[in-house]
Design a protein around this ligand. Structure first.
Ligand code: SAM
Ligand code: SF4
Length: 419
């Protein structure tokens, strides 16, 4: 028996690709192991979106040198965004790695899989489905378009077929993935868009929930907002990264929208989709970001009150426009201070938003157990924990909320005739 170990860091796209690769390996007779020393094949699915992520990947790769020396038959492969087009150069830096595979490429010693065989064999009740690869936007700070290439949409029939198959395998909820899901379909023959795709997926029997990430504020359409409001399976949960609250910074980032447009979009979303949960991404310490410009970001976040915020300190990524043209001139300690301020602000906002759910009943899809507690998510994406002796994985279940925190909720199964 050949053992494999996959180490994944980074975005949901990486997680989805690792899950599929693992299933494919198992189909070929490999067996998963949690113990890296016992693996015959180690795959690192890497992320380099920020320097801190790249450092983790490099540390891990260096740590594997000794293992490779003591197990010469070990195969070591690296995929994900670390792998750029100059594979000869990275091979020189990491000679102990056997294969470097561009994101989405298959290891050459495996025959290329057909579609159904790369689907997760034992998918989680909530599973990711990539719908568009790559990105055409070239935000000045971002390395993704250089590593994942131009946008390539998967044909609608292929995605629909895949989701049907996943439902057969027990999936109840699907999250559609793309760097910019609003670009979906522009490169396909009949130019379907995300709304068309959702309309089709919404009819699949047995599927109960649909989500998608990430939307782009310059591209999210009124038609899509309407569809989220009227399609019963599409969850009221939108991820719309704003990145900064200042128009000059947004221009320097080449985001393609203004704060006025963004505010208007949020107001339209909130008026059409009651109880929508919103999430955003922020970069602090972008080159030349002044204290006043940072304060405008803080003010915007206080005004719009997101359910969740992912905040990152700017780090220059080699080859990007910002790294080439703009000086990384905000000191690390200042970036850290700004990041902490936003985290503290968000903690207060999320405390307020979540505390309103105390004593209420929410419906969750149970994803699995963590230690001795079941965990699942509401349609709005809130993480909920509860204790129960029954097998609950994959069930839609009502929970009465007894405790709230900025990050999650806790409660008890609400007894009804079905329980
Ligand atoms: N496509 C999405 C969008 O339009 O925002 C997000 C994709 S990006 C891979 C994920 C997040 O990483 C971004 O929203 C941004 O906040 C952060 N990020 C990307 N490049 C960064 C950089 N150079 N420094 C710090 N954070 C960065
Ligand atoms: Fe990166 Fe911008 Fe594309 Fe998002 S939209 S992946 S931030 S280039």
């Amino acid at each position: 028996m050949t053992n494999y170990y996959i180490w994944t860091i980074g975005c949901q796209m990486n997680k989805a690709e690792s899950e599929r690769l693992g299933s494919y390996l198992e189909k070929l007779g490999y067996q998963a192991t949690d113990i890296v020393e016992e693996a015959d094949l180690i795959m690192l699915n890497s992320c380099v979106v920020r320097q801190s992520a790249e450092n983790r990947v490099i540390n891990k790769l260096n740590a594997l040198k000794a293992l490779k020396r003591s197990h010469p038959n070990l195969t070591l492969a690296v995929t994900g965004c670390l792998v750029n087009s100059d594979i000869d150069q990275i091979k020189q830096n990491f000679p102990h790695v056997d294969y470097f595979l561009k994101p989405g490429d298959y290891p050459p010693w495996l025959e290329k899989a057909d579609l159904s065989s790369v689907l997760p064999q034992h998918p989680s009740p909530g599973t990711f489905v990539p719908i568009i690869q790559g990105c055409d936007n070239f935000c000045t700070y971002c390395i993704v378009p250089y590593r994942r290439g131009r946008e390539r949409s998967r044909p609608t029939e292929e995605i629909v077929g895949e989701v049907k198959e996943l439902v057969q395998r027990g999936v109840k909820e699907v999250t559609l993935l793309g760097q910019n899901v609003d670009s979906y379909g522009h490169d396909l023959p009949n130019k379907p868009d995300l709304t068309d795709l959702l309309n089709e997926l919404n009819t699949i029997a047995g599927l109960t929930r649909l989500r998608f990430l990430t939307n782009h504020p310059k591209d999210m359409s009124p038609r899509l907002i309407e569809a989220i409001a009227y399609l019963d399976k599409v969850c009221e949960h939108i991820s719309l990264p704003v990145q900064s609250g200042n128009n000059d910074i947004l221009r320097a980032m080449r985001r393609g929208y203004t704060i006025e447009h963004y505010r208007q979009l949020i107001s339209e979303i909130r008026s059409k989709i009651p109880n929508v949960a919103l999430s955003t991404d922020i970069i602090v310490g972008f080159p030349s970001e002044t204290e006043t410009q940072f304060q405008q970001t803080v003010n915007l976040l206080s005004e719009l009150r997101f359910d969740t915020i992912h905040v990152a300190a700017y780090s220059p990524r080699p080859g990007t426009i910002a790294a080439k043209e703009l000086e990384d001139n905000i000191p690390p300690i200042e970036k850290k201070g700004r990041l902490n301020k936003i985290e503290q602000l968000q903690k207060r906002i999320a405390t307020g938003i979540n505390s309103r759910l105390l004593g209420r009943t929410v419906e969750i899809l149970v994803e699995g157990k963590q230690k001795d507690k079941w965990q699942g998510r509401t349609r709005s994406g809130k993480l909920v924990f509860f204790s129960d002796n029954n097998a609950r994985r994959g069930q839609l279940i009502k929970i009465r909320v007894e405790k709230t925190s900025p990050w999650s909720l806790q409660g008890k199964v609400e007894l009804s005739n079905n329980n």
